[in-house]
Design a protein around this ligand. Structure first.
Ligand SMILES: *Cc1c(COP(=O)(O)O)cnc(C)c1O
Length: 406
């Protein structure tokens, strides 16, 4: 089955009436015919559902579809991309542990890493995650490397294979936030990543109508209990240890479940991801090339031949650069004027919508970061981030050209 076919037929809908979509089980609890049955469901000795914070058929169906698309052994859906990022790490970290991360990460993730300091967890940032930048920072306290496949908004592309090799040589997992790449551009497990997280609010949903996140496990990382003592009680789960620990522990107890309704919206959106990404990547490339030809702005887009990441885009992302580009205008005033002059692009803090969206990251998403953090993330006072939609490309080109000239 190829990608678009697998989006539709990769996992069967389990419904006695033949519903073509997994129906929405919009309930909190599931009633059982006896106390004995509920006891069995609670202790995982019988299939079934007890309470939607712990499991729900609509959410389950979404998890299975995503796990299948990424080629993982299972997935756990979360209330947001941020809760997926948080849980992917808290599932393995303890006080005293260290994580290595890219400085070009999503602003919310950088803020979260600051929050983790109060629990004794230290995040060490490298400019961009490469084998060379990461290896020297690994020590006996390092427990994971975390990075985005295509950094949002830095747009640096990670060479997963070489970073995974460094991680595995040191017995630590590589966690990839693949939100901006989607499984359509690359499946990080094929290159050696161990855990993948997504903000499903973005390209998976596609319509900008739900906040959602998901964690997928490759099942390949061996959680040595000398290094990861919290996995002690999970040996019996074999390759499912990470997912079992997540479901039985932090994820369930923190209450970060995805709502059945949002799982449904993301499942429906997912089905057109291939079509949308084709169009979005093509539009983004054409818009980037057009902007590059204009005076007054500079453009950053990884699929431009002038980008240092172009070779990786070709070797790892099938030549596609994703839907985000950034523009520099020369000053904050010019950036604001450009943003305010656009007719079609909406001024909004989101990516992955079918509508083109623009934002000035320095005054919004990176409000809590200092100048150095911002610049390491590729965010300057004059930077505009564009999340390209599926509009007709001529309209987008004209809109930006007119706004630049205004
Ligand atoms: C948006 C985003 C997140 C956070 O996701 P939410 O669904 O907004 O919580 C995390 N990582 C990346 C790369 C994102 O773009």
């Amino acid at each position: 089955m190829k990608f678009n076919t697998s989006l539709l037929h990769g996992t069967a809908v389990n419904d006695k009436y033949g519903a073509t979509q997994q129906p929405i089980y919009q309930v909190s609890a599931f009633a059982h015919d006896s106390a004995e049955t509920l006891e069995k469901v609670f202790s995982n000795h019988a299939p079934g559902y007890a309470y939607s914070r712990i499991g729900n058929p609509t959410v389950d169906a979404f998890e299975k579809r995503i796990a299948g698309l990424e080629g993982g052994i299972g997935a756990v859906a979360c209330s947001s991309g941020m809760s997926a990022v948080t849980m992917s790490l808290l599932n393995i970290l303890r006080s005293g542990d260290e994580v290595i991360a890219g400085a070009g990460l999503f602003g919310g993730t950088i803020d979260l890493f600051g929050d983790l300091a109060q629990f004794g967890i230290t995040v060490k940032f490298v400019d961009s995650v490469t084998a060379e930048s990461t290896a020297p920072l690994i020590n006996e306290r390092t427990r994971a490397v975390f990075t985005e496949l295509i950094g949002n908004p830095k747009l640096d592309v990670v060479d997963i294979k070489s970073v995974a090799e460094v991680c595995h040589a040191n017995s630590i997992p590589l966690i990839i936030d693949s939100t901006t790449a989607t499984p359509y551009l690359a499946r990080p497990f094929e290159y050696g990543a161990d855990i993948v997280v997504h903000s499903a609010s973005k390209y998976i949903n596609g319509g900008g109508n739900s906040i959602a996140g998901v964690i997928i496990d490759s099942g390949r990382f061996r959680w040595d209990t000398a290094k990861f003592p919290a996995f002690d009680g999970y040996k019996a789960f074999g390759k499912f240890a990470y997912l079992a620990k997540l479901r039985n522990g932090f994820w369930r107890n923190a209450g970060v479940c995805l709502s059945p309704f949002n799982a449904y919206m993301c499942s429906v959106g997912l089905e057109t991801m291939g079509l949308r990404m084709d169009r979005i990547c093509e539009n983004a490339k054409q818009l980037a090339e057009h902007l590059q030809s204009l005076d007054g702005v500079t453009v950053n887009y990884p699929a431009l031949e002038s980008s240092p990441y172009y070779p990786l885009v070709r070797s790892q992302l099938g030549g596609r650069g994703g839907g985000i580009l950034t523009i520099r205008t020369g000053s904050k005033e010019k950036a604001f004027r450009l943003i305010n002059s656009l007719k079609y692009a909406l001024i909004a803090t989101n990516i992955g919508d079918i509508r083109t969206l623009v934002i000035h990251p320095a005054s919004t998403i990176y409000l809590h970061s200092d100048k150095e953090q911002r610049e390491q993330a590729g965010v300057y006072d004059d930077t505009i981030r564009v999340s390209v939609g599926i509009e007709d490309i001529d309209d987008l080109k004209n809109d930006f050209e007119n706004a630049i000239g205004s």
